[in-house]
Design a protein around this ligand. Sequence first.
Ligand code: ADP
Ligand code: MG
Length: 414
Amino acid sequence: MGDVLRSGVRLLTFLRFFREIRKDGPADLDWIQKQGLLAVKLTQIFALRPDMLSIEKCRQLQRMYRNAATIASEDVKRILKERAPESFHESIVWFDENPLAAASVGQVHRATLATGEEVVVKVVKADHKKRFQRDVKRMMRMMRIAIALSPKLRKVGNPIALLNHVQDYTTRELDLRNEIRGGSELKSIQENLAVDFPMKRLRFPKYYPEISNEHVLVSEFVEGKTLEECIGDDSLAWDYLIELFRIHGAYMFGVGTFHGDLHPGNCIVDGEGNFVFIDNGAICNAPKNVSLPLFKFFEGLSKNDLDSAFEALLGLADERPPEERLIRFKARMSEIYGGFGDKSVGEQSLTDLMMKTVRAAVEDAGADFGEEGFPIIRSLMYMDGLVIRTHPEVKLIAEMGPSLVEFRERLGLE
Ligand SMILES: Nc1ncnc2c1ncn2[C@@H]1O[C@H](COP(=O)(O)OP(=O)(O)O)[C@@H](O)[C@H]1O
Ligand SMILES: [Mg+2]
């Protein structure tokens, strides 16, 4: 009896979750947060799906990218005692019990090593992994039943594949060793490009693999301020910021391997003015068949050559749409991009444009952004947010023009 009741409650929770996401009004984000990591991650995905939800709804759900920090803090000492490697305890001489920051999967503390080096220690919250994996398993089961009962659900962006995708990258994020791997992958790309495409302002923190493991990560304490903190005190000059876009853009469009979560809290500006990428666990790959059409799209926009920009997006579809749909697509895009060349990000947010563009491209041009396209879109939304908050007078895409030329010439695009 108890089991039946519990399954009943789970089913109701599952249904309520999707109702919160799909209903017209704002979703109850606090309730979603309480349902755990899986619910948070799925909400973050739906927030980027204007092809499935209204643009207003997406905007509201995007708050979940910032909200993710309110999980109650745990007994860090106990986690460290039970889970940190022996070598960790031998190396740490001072540990700050007050967290430096708390976020969705972990918590960060300052510490000092016996060698005198200043470090930060990131700890994954103890029960996350188990609960997350249990929740994924349950949701899979319910999805399968729901699909059996209502086959048309299968068409809603292939829910099982989506769930697999979330499971895959969240599981990677929950293993902190992936941060060391991700950091060194990005760093070796930088080194390989040192001649063709120097990124002199980019740096990565030093990691300490010998005293880290899946649950506990030790890295260099980077003295400086996160971009998020810089926004508050107006210290980000435009010339300086555009160098960050040049760097990140080169990874996204030129290399196709990039920091998958480069929001302003994940980049520190150090004392020498370098951009230090942190939280390097979520490396994303965009295959050329996704990144190249997007690159050409922005290239077209930067020259205010709208038709070639719209044509470029057709490269995301399996085949060229029939004439009638093509005309509808271009008419719709022309409407969305009316007056584009004259508008600053303050007048026309790139995020809104991107959401409308995704929607039109999927609906009218049969484009498929794939699971790989969305991390790029998300990155652009982060940048847009950063610019709106610091330099709303700028025409971002036009300003990116010289960098786009450089990507084409020096990163061997095409
Ligand atoms: N190496 C570091 N040096 C200084 N501050 C750091 C460092 N790593 C993290 N932080 C601070 O802690 C915050 C959260 O760290 P992050 O690695 O992004 O964890 P999370 O996965 O929880 O987002 C950062 O936004 C930054 O303020
Ligand atoms: Mg972070």
